[in-house]
Ligand binder design. Structure first.
Ligand SMILES: *Cc1c(COP(=O)(O)O)cnc(C)c1O
Length: 428
């Protein structure tokens, strides 16, 4: 569900024709819908309301500070995975008690930064990390809270690069080791271990892996409580899916229907860390068509966006629905299905200009005939889109625009050549 729709043959984001934005800001450009962000955040909050969860939006999925402010205004806390993300949470006016800090490689500087900021919870991923964070808390004369990230050995049936809850994953500690972990560290004063954290992968297209992971974890938690340990909080992580194709992912209520009954009445504070399910459908990437050409049997639509702007197809083989921002005369609004074919269309690969064969945005799609100057829309690009962009081939990063009703504004300007050189040439 989102607020991108064709009206009289032109794609609108809420009440703004996306072509207007492309004309004024140029391409490539990311366009986000505030109404869509609010809608998905609201659906998650409503679906899990019975548990009064603390929602900690995953900053890494879409980290623009204006988007963070919008979510903070809705009551969101933040899930951060680096010192840089903590700075973003602060810049967005985030409440530090609603910040959780995950990641297997927290440096001493990042840990001190989080202690100084007074974050709510460290999500701890190893024995050595616990000892280090506890040491730095003692040094700072502070007592902080920690959750143990448990690896429940569940296969979430997602891409191997985004599966994080299996035993051989680098994240968390094995569930068998968790009890020992509490016995060793469960009574440390500078770092109070009174919470459990899970994050099993992303995107997860059914509730089953959550049910399996939460059930295993609750059993362990009861054993720990039996040994006198206090467990106040269960953080079930993120990973809810998004509609890369229309109707493909369950909505928040479907996940909640399976998860809430497991958690109600247990005296647990519940934390959720959604990212993609809030923002994936809230963003599109607009690209201008530069050239159309043939190579052997293949037809290429060459656009001004590239893997440097959206790396998901190259990195994970992800498929985004791609369609022109302007429909042909008489063409109806396309269903957002990867396999959808334009009548009289041409089978093409949509590629960028980076010197890598993996630089493609879509493969084997039957699009309407495209011409130089046309505007192409890459849908469901809000999550892990701009945030993974880079300057490879010395390409300035794209602009980001936020639409809200009839209003829109640039929330990150397009980078310039000065930006490209900024860290290398210092003015004296
Ligand atoms: C990436 C991540 C999330 C968010 O995942 P989504 O699929 O975007 O919901 C949540 N928690 C942790 C620890 C993560 O690493």
């Amino acid at each position: 569900m989102d607020y991108f729709a064709y009206r009289n043959g032109s794609l609108f984001c809420e009440d703004v024709p996306v072509a207007d934005i492309a004309t004024k800001v140029g391409t490539p450009v990311y366009v986000y819908s505030a109404a869509t962000l609010r809608h998905h955040y609201g659906r998650i909050a409503a679906a899990f309301a019975e548990l009064s969860p603390m929602i900690c939006y995953s900053i890494k999925s879409l980290s623009n500070v204006h988007v963070l402010r919008l979510l903070r205004e809705l009551g969101s806390g933040f899930d951060v995975v680096s010192g840089g993300e903590l700075v973003r949470a602060q810049a967005a006016g985030g409440e530090m008690s609603k910040v959780v800090f995950a990641g297997v490689a927290k440096t001493d500087a990042e840990i001190r930064q989080a202690i100084d900021a007074g974050i709510g919870l460290f999500n701890i991923e190893s024995e050595q990390e616990f000892e280090n964070v506890a040491r730095l808390c003692r040094q700072a004369g502070r007592s902080m809270r920690a959750a143990l990230r448990v690896n429940p050995d569940i296969d979430p049936k997602t891409h191997r690069y985004t599966s994080t809850g299996k035993k051989e994953s680098k994240f968390g500690v094995d569930i068998e080791r968790a009890e020992r972990f509490f016995q060793t560290y469960g009574r440390v004063e500078s770092l109070r271990l009174d919470a459990i954290h899970l994050h099993i992968g992303s995107p997860i297209y059914t509730a089953d892996p959550y049910v399996e992971a939460v059930t295993k974890t609750l059993a362990m938690m009861e054993r720990l409580r039996g040994q006198g340990f206090v467990i106040r909080t269960l953080d079930i992580g993120g990973g809810f899916a998004a509609d890369y194709e229309a109707g493909k992912s369950p909505d928040a209520a479907t996940y909640a229907a399976a998860i809430v009954p497991l958690l109600r009445g247990r005296g647990l504070e519940v934390i959720l860390e959604p990212g993609r399910s809030i923002n994936a459908n809230a963003g599109v990437l607009l690209a201008g068509v530069l050239y159309v050409k043939q190579g052997g049997e293949r037809n290429f639509v060459i656009v001004d966006a590239a893997m440097t702007d959206l790396i998901r197809p190259a990195l994970y083989g992800s498929e985004h629905f791609v369609w022109p921002a302007k429909l042909a005369a008489g063409e109806t609004s396309p269903p957002r299905q990867i396999s959808h074919e334009a009548p009289g269309g041409v089978k093409v690969d949509v590629v960028g200009g980076v010197c890598e064969s993996s630089d493609f945005l879509a493969k084997d799609r039957t699009l309407p005939p495209m011409q130089r100057g046309d505007l192409l829309t890459i849908f469901t690009a809000g999550a892990y889109g701009f945030v993974m962009s880079n300057q490879y081939n010395s390409r300035p990063r794209a602009a980001e625009v936020l639409v809200d009703g009839t209003a829109w504004r640039v929330i990150r300007r397009r980078e310039t050549y000065e930006d490209i050189l900024a860290a290398e040439i210092t003015k004296e």
